[in-house]
Design a protein around this ligand. Structure first.
Ligand SMILES: [Zn+2]
Length: 74
C-alpha cells in the first residue's frame, strides 16, 4: 500500500513512499515537524520533505489522506 495526499480544492495529489498512518501523523503535526526541520537545518526523510511541501502549498485547502493499493506495481 502507498499513501498520499489529495487536495480536493485543486484536484492535485502526491503519492509518497510511506503509509497512510504516517501521513495522517505528519498532517496533524505539520507545525511541529516544520520546527524540527528548521532546527536541524537539513532535510528529514524524503517523504516528510515532499509531504510538507505539498501541505504548505495547499495550506487552508481541503487536503485528505489517501491510500492506494499496489495494483499499479508489477
Ligand atoms: Zn490545493
Amino acid at each position: 500500500m502507498q499513501g498520499g495526499y489529495q487536495c480536493e480544492d485543486c484536484g492535485e495529489a502526491v503519492w509518497l513512499a510511506t503509509t497512510r498512518a504516517e501521513l495522517a501523523w505528519l498532517k496533524n503535526r505539520r507545525h511541529i515537524v516544520l520546527e524540527v526541520q528548521r532546527h536541524l537545518g537539513s532535510g528529514l526523510d524524503g517523504w516528510i520533505d515532499e509531504g510538507l511541501t505539498f501541505l504548505e502549498r495547499h495550506d487552508g485547502h481541503g487536503v485528505t489522506v489517501a491510500e492506494r493499493g499496489c495494483g499499479t506495481r508489477p
